[in-house]
Design a protein around this ligand. Structure first.
Ligand code: ADP
Ligand code: MG
Length: 200
């Protein structure tokens, strides 16, 4: 993996969340309460506001701090879940991770999110994207293919019936819509993948 420019990575993620906030809101209006765009934007703008301080930390400490900030600022069901993802990555990743480190840490982070959400694959949540990313990592795919896998996994939530989260209240009526948290997860994955690919 290329050396990570954390500030540029934070900017890239915050930019894509801001650019797609209306889309995330619309997705959450269809099967939730319509706050996902604002929730995510609030969280990642708070992370962006501290980008210099975060980028000065070693990667594990920065990831833990990002996770804590997301828990405090995103809100909703997704805040603690995204927070858990980043905090767990910070706990397990070394300062300069290689692919094997990433596979190990990402696997543990997904387990932590699943435990926190009492959820699993196929339930129409952000986890569907995270598992697809893990599979692509294990398969040895590069950043562009990992981002494509994440997008495809987000799209694949459309025909699913929601079993967890607010969308599950809709039962069958949740079918036919992309899950907002799956979409935001894919956006984050693409931003990270493109940053790493474009990096030094
Ligand atoms: P809320 O549902 O409280 O309004 P958000 O709208 O910010 O929170 O986030 C909704 C997203 O959170 C869903 O689209 C889904 O991807 C994710 N989510 C909600 N509950 C769970 C859960 N138990 N496990 C995994 N993901 C979940
Ligand atoms: Mg919502």
């Amino acid at each position: 993996m290329n050396r990570i420019d954390l500030k540029q990575l934070i900017e890239a993620v915050a930019d894509t969340i801001a650019a797609h906030a209306d889309e995330l809101t619309a997705l959450d209006q269809a099967i939730g309460d319509g706050d996902h765009g604002l929730n995510m934007k609030r969280g990642f703008e708070a992370v962006r506001a501290d980008a210099d301080g975060l980028a000065a930390k070693p990667l594990p400490e920065a990831l833990k701090a990002i996770g804590t900030k997301l828990v405090m600022t995103v809100g909703g069901a997704s805040g603690p879940l995204f927070g858990t993802l980043f905090m767990s990555l910070g706990k397990d990743l070394p300062a300069e991770p290689g692919r094997a480190d990433l596979i190990g840490a990402f696997g543990k982070a997904i387990d932590a999110v699943a435990a926190r959400g009492k959820s699993q694959a196929g339930q129409k949540t952000m986890l569907d994207v995270l598992y697809a990313v893990q599979a692509a990592l294990v398969a040895g795919e590069g950043p562009a293919d990992i981002a494509t896998a994440a997008d495809a996994a987000a799209q694949s939530t459309a025909p699913m019936k929601a079993i967890r989260g607010r969308a599950s209240f809709l039962g069958e009526r949740s079918v036919g819509h992309v899950d907002p948290g799956a979409r935001s997860s894919a956006l984050i994955v693409r931003a990270v993948a493109e940053s790493l690919e474009g990096g030094a």
